[in-house]
Design a protein. Structure first.
Length: 201
């Protein structure tokens, strides 16, 4: 007579389930890709994630950084990204890009910002910026287009600031749960009758 625990093939099924669970638990975590200094001309992918910014990263004038859908960028304390060239962030609704802190228990103001300056350009689709001093900073004569972006749990969600004529267009974006201001505009030399910031649904 066969054992009751073997009846109906339940023991093999249970063993298979335990093997699958153990494999998942023991699988190595995704290896981080450290980044520091100039990153223009690169493409950051889901497969290379997470990207950990260990010192300030820059995108030089004339070069482009592409961040593909699903990529995660983690900033260590006090670091940030300065863009003088072009930033293309290609998230999609089902696979957004994340810009966040590398801290284990992050809080507001952990990292500096993604700053587009000079004559930089940025097209940022479906991305989240969180735990920064300023999620997205636009200064100088930079031009930035946001679509489907969320800036949350920062000090400033977005900041359009300084001399020059910066431009920010945000469509279907959310600036929520930021400690101080969702979108801040402080311009000193720009035409006060221009529209440097356009926010639409």
């Amino acid at each position: 007579m066969s054992s009751g625990t073997d009846r109906g093939g339940r023991t093999p099924a249970l063993l298979f389930t335990l093997v699958v669970v153990a494999t998942l638990l023991l699988a190595p975590a995704a290896k981080a890709t450290d980044k520091c200094g100039e990153v223009g001309g690169q493409t950051w992918t889901l497969g290379g994630s997470p990207y950990v910014v260990t010192c300030a990263v820059t995108v030089a004038a004339g070069s482009t950084l592409i961040v593909e859908a699903g990529a995660e960028v983690r900033f260590q304390a006090g670091t940030g990204m300065d863009v003088d060239g072009t930033l293309d962030v290609d998230g999609i609704p089902s696979n957004k890009v994340m810009f966040t802190s590398d801290a284990g228990s992050p809080a507001v103001n952990e990292w500096r910002s993604v700053s587009l300056r000079g004559t930089a350009t940025g097209d940022i689709y479906y991305a989240t910026f969180q735990y920064a001093e300023t999620g997205i900073e636009v200064t100088g004569d930079a031009t930035v287009n946001l679509f489907g972006v969320t800036a949350r749990r920062n000090w400033f969600g977005a900041d359009v600031v300084g001399h020059g004529n910066p431009s920010l267009t945000a469509t279907n974006c959310k600036f929520i749960e930021n400690d101080w201001i969702g979108v801040d505009v402080e311009l000193y030399a720009a035409d006060r009758y221009s529209t440097p910031v356009v926010i639409t649904e």
